[in-house]
Design a protein around this ligand. Structure first.
Ligand code: IMP
Ligand code: MG
Length: 179
C-alpha cells in the first residue's frame, strides 16, 4: 500500500457488491423508462462505468465536468461547470451519478440547474456520502456507503489529481494534506 494511505477503507469486492445493489435499485425505479445517466467528472467516472454496465434498463449517457476543490481538500463553496452536457435534458428522467456528497453544494446546484432546464425528474446516486459535513439541505436518493469525515482517494477520487485509478478506496493520511 502507498505510504500516504492510512488504510484501505473499501476493497474492490465491497465496491463491486454495492454497485450491483445500486444498479438493481435503479432498474426497479426506472423499469420501462429510458433515463439519461449523467456522470459528474472526473470523480464519478469509475463508478459510472461500472454502474451503467450493471444496469439492465436501456439508458443514454452524458458527461459534465465540475470543479469545486482546486488542489485543497475543502470545498470552495461554488462549484463551476468546466464542461457542459451534450444532450438536452428537457423532458428526460435524469440520473445524476456522483462520486461523493460532501457539503452538498455541487448536488444542490446541479439539481436546480437540470430541473431548471426542464428535466422531467431528477434522481441522484452517489458512491459515497459524508453526511456529517453537509452544508446544503439535500440528500442523495441512493448512496452506496455512508462514511466518516476522512479524506479518501481511489476508484475515481483524487487528491491533487492523483490516485484516481486505484481499484479500491483508501483513507489519505491527514499529514499529507494538513501541511
Ligand atoms: P460538495 O460540493 O462539497 O458536496 O463536494 C463534492 C465533491 O468534492 C466531490 O464530487 C469530490 O470531487 C470532492 N470531494 C469531497 N470529499 C472528497 C474526498 O474525501 N476525497 C476526494 N474528493 C472529495
Ligand atoms: Mg467530484
Amino acid at each position: 500500500m502507498n505510504e500516504n494511505f492510512q488504510c484501505v477503507y473499501l476493497s474492490e469486492e465491497q465496491i463491486k457488491e454495492k454497485v450491483k445493489e445500486a444498479a438493481v435499485w435503479l432498474d426497479n425505479r426506472f423499469a420501462g423508462k429510458n433515463p439519461l445517466c449523467i456522470s459528474v467528472l472526473k470523480g464519478s467516472v469509475m463508478f459510472f462505468c461500472d454502474l451503467v454496465r450493471a444496469m439492465k434498463t436501456p439508458v443514454q449517457i452524458d458527461f459534465m465536468t465540475i470543479s469545486s476543490y482546486g488542489s485543497s481538500t475543502q470545498s470552495s463553496g461554488m462549484p463551476k461547470i468546466l464542461m457542459d452536457l451534450s444532450e438536452s435534458v428537457e423532458g428526460r428522467d435524469v440520473i445524476l451519478v456522483e462520486d461523493i456528497i460532501d457539503s452538498g453544494n455541487t448536488l444542490l446546484k446541479l439539481r436546480d440547474l437540470l430541473l431548471g432546464r426542464g428535466a422531467k425528474s431528477f434522481t441522484s446516486v452517489t458512491l459515497l456520502d459524508k453526511p456529517s459535513r453537509r452544508k446544503a439541505d439535500i440528500k442523495p436518493d441512493f448512496s452506496c456507503f455512508e462514511i466518516a469525515d476522512e479524506f479518501i482517494v481511489g476508484y475515481g477520487l483524487d487528491y491533487d489529481q492523483q490516485y484516481r485509478n486505484l481499484p479500491y478506496i483508501a483513507i489519505l493520511k491527514r499529514e499529507v494534506y494538513e501541511k
